[in-house]
Design a protein around this ligand. Structure first.
Ligand SMILES: Nc1nc2c(c(=O)[nH]1)N[C@H]1C(S)=C(S)[C@@H](COP(=O)(O)OP(=O)(O)OC[C@H]3O[C@@H](n4cnc5c(=O)[nH]c(N)nc54)[C@H](O)[C@@H]3O)O[C@H]1N2
Ligand SMILES: Nc1nc2c(c(=O)[nH]1)N[C@H]1C(S)=C(S)[C@@H](COP(=O)(O)OP(=O)(O)OC[C@H]3O[C@@H](n4cnc5c(=O)[nH]c(N)nc54)[C@H](O)[C@@H]3O)O[C@H]1N2
Ligand SMILES: [Mo]
Length: 728
């Protein structure tokens, strides 16, 4: 064996807008370093805090390397090694019995975006479970609320190229913490700023990003639609809108103006908590500083009115004609640039007629409430629902069901994996092949396998090949190699793939979709919106006709409309709990909690690495000095955060960085590691928002109180999470 170092081109696997291009360094078959590719126009050679130790993450001694079966009580995390043949044999016999007795709908997958590849990511098990005839699991954890709102307004537009941001003169970072959650966009924003742009952040919290902005506008969570409608009212009544653009390229202006007129600044100020003067200044600056761009975060969708808030905000760029200019318009999701064949990936044609659909935001309910047939087995992969999904206590209770056969495929024994009956080992990114799209820029990135898989770990793609063979599926699809699958999943004839071949992707590592030159590209300078009318639809024709067709990049079977009615005009409804709840609940639980992403973790990943734990620190509860004082809480106090759904413990950070009445705790800490054996999602409700069945993580009320050690011990004993494992 030669001891020479070799480099291999790879791609970051994480669910993040940046999808960085990697260079793996391998020595003697061992991954010794992972760096950002310096040539990549977006990554520019830099990786984020989370991925800085990615090579070492592969060798974390707590990785799951072999199939295992449970030997202790449910949830104990006690496992014993078995062979793949035994694991698959057990799955086959349990599933066959369940299917015979209850039908295939008694089995359900549970998955999300732990890995983001075309091959091993969001859709990897869909074809298998559709073929099996399982209950269909609807996956609407992220982006669907915002993107349905966007879709109704500007269609499946790719939006502005983030590399064009340097040309912007006014940048609104709305419900997004760019410096933590997509920091490779920051250099473009910083360059725009150097060239004279003003950076505005609209956020209840003084986030890392808000702190770097020229102007931070705190807003009450879930009230953004009222702000956008108020801005439109000012812009229209003061004649600051682009009449020519509106006439040529928009639909429904008169009705929009009438709706916006219901939102005079005084009313908007009392709804949002933003001073009248600031609303006026923001509206006037936005309408006159050209080109202006809005970067809208996923956090916009996490309360009752999320989708409509996105819709209201999406009307602004057309109203002021921002789309006319390079660097003007909107940046949300860039998925429209990737010519994927979603039907080939998910096989919705294999879904059995009349199949039942359960939304994974309701996982606790699904596992605990009776249904016909009951869910008797669940298979978890690419997701850690005990930490990441709402209503944590009920999920744990459901996973403790003795009659539930739980199969988990994982990298680590997570809070969820601890409940497994059969635990299967998965490969990490350097050990597998994949092709990544991006939801924050326009580059495809190819991940070449760099090292052999440790132990008996397999990629998700191989896992489902093995399961298909085990269950006796004999379609030719199950015999394709990874490369053949990638080739089948892309529409190579699409104009977006011009100049891109499979071989070139593999060789170059990354290639930009054929969307046009970043320095001249203004996709909607002359309208051309991919909506039914070809215009920006202030009044949505699809909502008005009730015939909304879901965006193609979703699995094909997700529901997009809650309650069957969507207001065709952007509208504002008060959040469920923080302003819509009954007075009794509001007096019992007066504080609106938000739970944004942690800077040091990627959802719940890396929260098991000592180094990241040190960087991120303990779970915190940020609260305003007035709210702290009235409860006798000082900085550093250990506090209990609770409502009727659950409770967790945090360290109080008393600071005016949050608004009065709003508290914040970052997402991602594992409950097994926390003093209370619970985490922030213990208090989250499983209600979904008004569009796209988006979760409502930021639309919850809690009370906060000091807690002593004895009470913490009691709280932990009450939680259904067993004792912690040791972490490397
Ligand atoms: N470091 C890190 N990066 C990540 C992730 C991670 O876990 N950690 N996760 C990745 C994933 S899956 C996603 S979806 C993205 C998400 O990235 P973002 O969209 O940036 O999401 P968040 O961090 O949840 O929230 C962004 C900001 O919105 C604010 N906010 C909350 N509610 C409201 C509201 O109602 N209105 C307004 N105006 N602001 C509000 C929060 O205070 C927060 O500062 O990040 C990705 N990148
Ligand atoms: N309170 C609150 N909750 C939230 C959010 C919030 O802002 N606030 N954000 C929501 C959002 S935007 C999202 S996207 C979701 C994310 O929720 P998840 O997708 O559950 O997030 P991750 O923590 O990344 O968990 C994925 C799991 O997949 C595993 N994994 C990674 N790669 C592989 C692989 O190749 N194979 C297998 N089998 N497993 C793998 C990881 O080890 C990890 O345990 O969380 C949602 N939850
Ligand atoms: Mo997400």
């Amino acid at each position: 064996m030669s001891s020479e170092k070799t480099t291999v081109k790879g791609a970051c696997p994480q669910d993040c807008p940046d999808t960085c291009a990697f260079i793996y360094t391998v020595e003697n078959g061992r991954l010794i370093d992972v760096k950002g590719d310096p040539e990549h126009p977006v990554t520019q050679g830099r990786l984020c805090t989370k991925l800085n130790d990615f090579a070492k993450h592969h060798y974390n001694p707590n990785r799951v390397l072999y199939p295992m079966k449970r030997v202790g009580p449910k949830g104990s995390g006690e496992f014993e090694r078995i062979s793949w043949a035994e694991a698959l044999g057990e799955i086959k016999s349990r599933w066959t019995r369940i299917i015979d007795e209850f039908g295939s709908a008694a089995i359900m997958p549970c998955s999300y975006l732990g890995q983001e590849g075309v091959l091993n990511g969001l859709t990897v098990g869909d074809a298998f479970f559709n073929r099996l005839g399982s209950t269909v699991a609807e996956k609407t954890f992220c982006g669907v609320g915002r993107d349905v709102g966007a879709h109704l307004t500007i269609g499946g537009s790719t939006g502005v190229d983030p590399e064009s941001l340097v040309h912007s003169r006014y940048i609104i970072l709305w419900a997004v913490n760019t410096l933590s959650t997509g920091n490779h966009q920051w250099p473009f924003i910083a360059e725009a700023k150097r060239r004279g742009a003003k950076i505005v952040s609209i956020d209840p919290l003084r986030s890392k990003t808000a702190a770097q902005a020229d102007w931070h506008i705190p807003i009450k969570p879930g009230t953004d639609a009222a702000l956008a409608l108020g801005m439109m009212n000012v812009i229209i009544s003061e004649g600051l809108y682009d009449r020519d653009y509106v006439e040529r390229y928009t639909a429904g202006f008169d009705e929009l103006a009438a709706r916006a007129a219901e939102y005079p600044v005084e009313r908007v100020s009392s709804i949002t908590g933003i001073p009248i003067e600031d609303i006026l200044t923001l509206s006037r600056e936005y309408a006159t500083q050209t080109p202006a761009v809005i970067r809208l975060g996923v956090a916009i969708e996490r309360s009752r009115n999320g989708g409509q808030a996105a819709r209201a905000i999406l009307c602004l760029p057309a109203l002021v004609g921002a789309w006319r200019h390079v660097g003007g318009g909107y940046i949300g999701i860039t998925m429209g640039a990737f010519a994927l064949k979603w039907d080939a990936m998910c096989r919705p044609d294999w879904i059995k007629e009349g199949s039942r659909v359960f939304n994974l935001n309701n996982l606790g309910k699904v596992l605990l409430e009776t249904s016909e047939p009951p869910i008797k087995s669940m298979m978890v992969y690419n997701i850690n629902p005990v930490v990441q999904a709402p209503d944590q206590e009920r999920i744990k209770k459901g996973l403790l069901r003795e009659d539930l056969f739980l199969v988990v495929s994982e990298l680590f024994i997570t809070d969820t994996a601890r409940y497994a009956d059969i635990l299967l080992p998965s490969t990490m990114q350097a050990e597998q092949t994949d092709l990544m799209f991006s939801w924050g820029h326009f580059y495809w990135t190819y991940n070449n396998k760099a090292i052999e898989a440790p132990g008996e770990a397999v990629p998700n793609s191989q896992l489902f090949r093995l399961l298909a063979e085990t269950m006796g599926f004999d379609e030719p699809e199950w015999r394709r190699t990874d490369e053949e699958m990638i080739r089948d999943f892309i529409d190579w004839d699409s104009p977006l793939m011009e100049g891109i071949t499979f071989e070139a992707l593999k060789e170059n590592g990354y290639m930009k979709a054929a969307v046009g030159d970043k320095d001249i590209r203004a996709p909607h300078a002359e309208g051309n919106f991919p909506t039914p009318s070809g215009k920006c639809e202030f009044k949505s024709s699809e909502a008005a006709n009730g015939n909304f067709v879901p965006p193609p990049f979703r699995s094909g079977y997700e529901a997009f409309q809650d309650g069957g009615y969507i207001d065709p005009l952007p509208s504002y409804n008060a959040p469920f709990e923080s302003q819509g709840s009954t007075p009794e609940i509001a007096s019992k639980y007066p504080l609106n909690i938000i739970s944004p992403k942690a800077h040091g973790f990627l959802n719940s990943q890396y929260a098991n690495e000592m180094k990241q734990q040190k960087r991120e620190g303990v779970p915190v509860l940020i609260m305003h000095p007035d709210d702290a004082q009235s409860r006798g809480i000082v900085n550093g106090d250990t506090v209990k955060v609770s409502n009727d759904r659950g409770a967790f413990v945090g360290s109080a950070v008393v600071s005016a960085d949050t608004m009065k009445g709003v508290v914040a705790s970052f997402l991602g800490h594992w409950s097994a590691d926390s003093k209370s054996k619970s985490a922030v999602n213990s208090i989250s409700s499983d209600r979904v928002a008004n569009m796209g069945r988006a979760p409502t993580f930021n639309d919850n009320l809690v009370e906060v109180a000091k807690i002593d050690n004895d009470a913490i011990v009691a709280l932990a004993a009450n939680s259904r999470q067993p004792a912690p494992l040791e972490h490397a």
